[in-house]
Design a protein around this ligand. Structure first.
Ligand SMILES: [Zn+2]
Length: 685
């Protein structure tokens, strides 16, 4: 009995104030200290391990991670703790932050610094001339200096220590720092190195002579091809972060936020897509930390006298009025013991990546569903990505394509990859059996535009297009009138018009040429098109994101691409469709879908033989290519109704704007040919 009690007490003390990881296989890891890195979770199983090597599990095996820490987490060991905060690389390369200007037509141009060559209007097409005098790369054999910063972030003086430099894991040089470091004291170590071609990683490692709080911060490895970031932080904030332990396992602002760049690089590598089989090959590195007495004053120093900022982006911790007076509230423990997912997202912007939630659209009364009047809405198709919803997830395919293509370019442009659109964009409108729909009317309405009533329409191929108002306002809802319209050919194909543009080419190599989106902007306002297909008076609505076309461009379809629009229309040889389809809510989350047999004016023709029915469901009032029809059941020819279990048949998609529930039924003929989908009146939720 006594032994059991002691065992229980030991168990409780081991579990109190520690994390719980629920695994997808139903098991639990308790009493641990976890670090979520998005692609993996690192686990220290016991407090004594914190700050040392951790075991790792793939993130996909984690169902839920609960961070639970108590005061023991923040107890300060009376030990030193040497950390390598960052490695500088000088001379620094020029960046373009703050010198990319936009005109009313959404064209970026590099200008606004004395170091730049201002070619005026010509600069829109010849960006290389603007930066001709800037240092944008190192040349092989060039002498550069690497400066490692070492700080004692422990609570006791660190005795003298040895250190070494490594390049790609091979020793370069070593030395000894005899003096030791007091609490929060810093030392720097410089190394001259001749630049070499290729992607090299530098490591600086200290070898502490006594026991320390943490060992994982004894070295830093930086990809030298990584984009150089700065951090600006007030001395007061750094000191406040020395008062508690963060998720990184140490009592140190720098360790926590340097860890976030490691996470970003890890998520880059994990962003594996069809056009990026090695993920994102670009990297980031922490080049500079500016410890500020006053943050605003320090930020002003980032721009040199020549008007250029010599960095590729960074982050500024702005102090609140209370903080400026030295009143530092303890950062919430749960928060500082977790990963700050907003940071890799924001730093993604620093590299030029856009917010994909800018493609979400809550709808407008100009465009509503014909059955129930719901606004037709759109939610970006891949929201569980870093630049749509920041969180433990990789970047998307255009992020990968962009960063891989511009890996050696200065940062400062934003979203210019929206210009990457194939030269020909074809729509393939197909019916329920996958066959082309000839003679369908196609109208395209574009967000961020308003058709210019006085403008002269143009023609390109089978499409007619109308000019839009160009007043620099890209925030308009989807245009009330179509910006272009046409009819599908005999095989259901229609090439969208390449609408005229004010041309521009960016230093990253993206050209805004005539394209279906016209003068598309870099933020996403104009990057969304509502496509209304109409046949025999029956409309079908789709959304085309410029992003869809960018992806195909990055996959190599630079000359021609095809977008397939699956309609609910029947084929010429379809069996006759069921009649009088209804859906009625029943008890216990069930819906009864019922229909009548089809009628046909012909007698006994093989094409009309119905061998079964298929019941479909679709939730939301998003486009048909966002939330398409999903088959719920296939039934025999004598069935006239089906009781649908709402929970069991719900496809777990993102239903952001509406949960309107729609049901439809088709008749099945020989060889699986289906009739058009006949819809029941929708059920509003
Ligand atoms: Zn954002």
């Amino acid at each position: 009995m006594r032994t059991t009690l002691i065992a229980l007490a030991v168990m409780l003390s081991a579990c109190s104030g520690a994390d719980v990881i629920e695994m997808t296989d139903g098991t639990r890891i308790t009493g641990c200290f976890a670090r979520d890195e998005g692609a993996r979770v690192l686990i220290w199983d016991r407090m004594e391990q914190v700050g040392g090597p951790a075991r790792e599990i793939p993130r996909s095996q984690v169902k839920e991670l609960k961070i639970e820490r108590d005061d023991t987490w923040d107890a300060r060991p009376q030990l030193p703790d040497l950390t390598v905060t960052h490695i500088e690389l000088t001379p620094r390369l020029a960046g373009l932050h703050g010198v990319v200007q936009y005109d009313q037509l959404g064209r970026p141009r590099i200008a606004g610094a004395s170091a730049l060559v201002d070619e005026g209007e010509k600069g829109y097409q010849n960006p290389a001339a603007a930066v001709a005098r800037l240092k944008l790369a190192y040349t092989p054999g060039e002498q550069v200096t690497l400066t490692a910063h070492v700080k004692n972030v422990g609570f006791a003086t660190a005795p003298g220590f040895a250190y070494e430099w490594l390049m790609d894991g091979k020793p370069l040089s070593s030395g000894r720092h005899a003096a030791g470091l007091k609490e929060m004291q810093e030392a720097t170590f410089a190394l001259r190195w001749k630049w070499q071609e290729g992607r090299h990683s530098v490591t600086f490692r200290v070898k502490p002579q006594s026991k320390e709080i943490a060992t994982i911060n004894d070295e830093a490895t930086d990809p030298l091809w990584g984009f150089a970031f700065f951090y600006v932080v007030s001395k007061g904030r750094v000191n406040a972060w020395h008062q508690f332990r963060s998720a990184s396992g140490t009592f140190c602002f720098e360790d926590y936020y340097r860890w976030h760049l490691d996470i970003m690089n890890r998520l880059f590598a994990a962003s594996i897509c069809p056009s990026a089989p090695n993920g994102i090959e670009a990297r980031v590195r922490l080049d500079r930390i500016l410890y500020a007495d006053d943050v605003d004053t320090t930020v002003a120093t980032l721009r040199e006298k020549d008007g250029i900022a010599y960095h590729q982006g960074g982050w500024i911790w702005t102090d609140s009025p209370e903080e400026k007076q030295g009143k530092w509230g303890q950062v919430n423990r749960e928060w500082r013991c977790a990963t700050e997912w907003s940071l890799p997202h924001e730093l993604g912007h620093q590299l030029g990546l856009v917010d994909y939630y800018a493609i979400d659209y809550a709808g407008h009364e100009d465009h509503v569903m014909p059955d129930n009047g719901d606004k037709i809405t759109h939610f970006q198709r891949h929201p569980v990505t870093m630049m749509h919803w920041h969180g433990p997830q990789p970047f998307n395919e255009t992020d990968a394509g962009y960063l891989n293509m511009t890996i050696d370019k200065p940062r400062g442009h934003f979203g210019d990859y929206y210009f990457a659109i194939p030269k020909e964009v074809w729509l393939r409108v197909v019916d329920v059996n996958g066959r082309g729909v000839p003679g369908a009317t196609v109208e395209c309405f574009q967000r961020g535009t308003q058709v210019d009533a006085g403008g002269r329409p143009g023609e390109d191929g089978a499409c007619k297009f109308w000019p839009v108002v160009e007043d620099g306002n890209f925030d308009r809802p989807v245009s009330k009138d179509p910006v272009m319209a046409g009819q599908t050919d005999a095989s259901g194909m229609l090439r969208l018009a390449n609408r005229p543009v004010a041309p521009v080419t960016t230093l990253n190599g993206y050209t805004r040429a005539p394209n279906p989106f016209g003068n598309i902007n870099v933020v996403g306002g104009r990057g969304l098109m509502l496509i209304r297909v109409m046949r025999n008076g029956r409309p079908a609505h789709y959304w085309l994101e410029a992003w869809d076309l960018n992806v195909l461009w990055f996959r190599g379809q630079r000359d021609r691409c095809e977008i397939v629009l699956r309609t609910p229309y029947g084929s010429p040889d379809s069996p006759p469709a069921p009649r009088g389809v209804t859906a009625a809510d029943g008890p216990e989350g069930k819906v009864t879908v019922a229909w009548n047999t089809p009628t046909t004016p012909r007698e006994g023709v093989y094409l009309d033989r119905v061998i079964g029915y298929r019941v479909y469901r679709r939730v939301s009032s998003d486009g048909l290519n966002d939330r398409p029809w999903h088959p719920v059941a296939t039934l025999g020819p004598s069935e006239r109704s089906l009781v649908v279990d709402l929970k069991a048949t719900l496809v777990e998609d993102v239903y952001w704007f509406t949960r309107t529930d729609r049901f439809a039924v088709s008749a099945i003929g020989e060889s699986g040919r289906e009739s058009e989908l006949v819809e029941a009146p929708p059920l509003k939720r």
